[in-house]
Design a protein. Structure first.
Length: 321
């Protein structure tokens, strides 16, 4: 299914990101409990396929990968090949980081960033070799305000050519200056037309600073995808006595469902990604779709927000496990 059809649909609004199941090491908390000690390629492939099966059964129809997510594209391609009836799935991936960990959770460097045309040329070929015409959205991975991808006209021409082939072109953002990056990317044009039609950004109860810029992108007709809604696992549990714990108890929902539901209540949020590493987490996250939060409860949850620089400092200190 083309990406624009999903972006225009009111449901399903939950999708699945494969960062946590495409490689043995990642920065999500509690991975020692979430994943088996055996993290061979075969074991991780099986885990990824089980998680994908559960997500599909729960109604999720957008699956998100990246070249730097280890073998996520490969695992996803295998899942698609084994399930030819799943023609209603929209596939997005990202380029701009190269995976360098060599399937080690303890690698010193897990990925290397480069937004140059040579990296794009290589990685679009790698992605196409795995996902073929199932690729619906291709995004520049982690654009920041100083990214050369915002000014490289040769790169813009390549991306416009990809869009002309029917693949939506977007970007993701990270860091304390997400809003600035989003607004700068919205101004990129080719032949008078906005280049990017989708944005994927970090937004959660702890880090809501990109909200206004995402609302602007939505108002301009761009599809908005929210990543890291669980703050890399920090919102999977609620401290006793916290507002998140109180609202979870009052609604009978788990903290993760409350955290994701709060994002789903934002009118600009098109697709909200689950970053689940287990089937149980997928099922728990999926409960967010049916959870209504009152305006009073949504307002109370805003008290959890941290200053963006603090949030990103803490995120950068999370260990790869």
């Amino acid at each position: 299914m083309p990406f624009d059809r999903l972006a225009a649909a009111p449901l399903p609004r939950l999708g699945l990101g494969l960062a946590a199941v495409g490689r043995p090491g990642y920065i999500n908390l509690h991975r020692d409990a979430d994943l088996p000690a055996d993290r061979t390629v075969d074991a991780m492939r099986d885990r990824a396929h089980h998680v994908l099966d559960t997500a599909y059964a729960a109604g999720m129809r957008y699956f998100d990968a990246a070249r730097s997510y280890g073998r996520a594209e490969e695992f996803l391609a295998g899942w698609l090949a084994a399930r030819p009836a799943a023609t209603d799935v929209v596939i997005g991936s990202k380029w701009g980081y190269t995976y360098t960990a060599d399937w080690r959770a303890d690698a010193k460097v897990h990925e290397v960033k480069d937004h140059g045309t040579a990296t794009y040329d290589r990685q679009i070929g790698e992605t196409r070799a795995l996902l073929g015409d199932r690729l619906g959205l291709y995004q520049i991975h982690s654009v920041t305000p100083d990214s050369p991808a915002l000014t490289d006209r040769a790169l813009h021409a390549r991306l416009a050519a990809l869009a002309a082939e029917g693949v939506a072109v977007g970007f993701s953002t990270s860091g304390a200056l997400q809003a600035e990056a989003i607004r700068a990317a919205m101004g990129v044009t080719v032949d008078g037309q906005r280049l990017f039609t989708a944005v994927q950004a970090t937004y959660n109860l702890l880090e809501p600073s990109a909200g206004a810029a995402l609302a602007e992108a939505h108002a301009a007709g761009m599809a908005v995808i929210v990543k890291e809604g669980m703050a890399n696992g920090r919102l999977a549990q609620a401290a006793p006595g916290s507002v998140l714990a109180e609202i979870a108890a009052a609604t009978g929902a788990a903290p993760d469902a409350v955290a994701l539901a709060a994002i789903l209540h934002r009118p600009w949020a098109g697709v909200v990604l689950s970053g689940a590493a287990t089937t149980a987490q997928v099922e728990a996250n999926a409960a967010a779709a049916g959870l209504h939060l009152s305006a009073e409860r949504l307002a109370r949850l805003t008290a959890l927000a941290e200053p963006a620089p603090l949030y990103w400092r803490e995120r950068s200190a999370l260990p790869w496990t």
